[in-house]
Design a protein around this ligand. Sequence first.
Ligand code: SF4
Length: 86
Amino acid sequence: MAKLWKISKFVRIYLGFKPDGYSRIGECKRCGKCCAIGIMCPFLFYKGDLAFCRIYNTRPKSCREFPYEPQDIVIGCGYSFYRKRK
Ligand code: SF4
């Protein structure tokens, strides 16, 4: 089951699928955990505890906007979500 979850997350990242209904708050703490979901991103590297991206200025939209929804939050992530009012 965990493997299926990782695969579906990877597909969503790849497709840039962004569900409606949530607003994201907070900020990235540069832990790099989301860049290692499923597979380790080849552009990810660390200096001490901080994660860096080799293509940060030209990174895909899907990377800029991840996490998309509460299910994407990994432990320690600086983002959280609240539901938008309808
Ligand atoms: S898991 Fe959250 S805090 Fe860590 S790098 Fe990804 S977005 Fe930033």
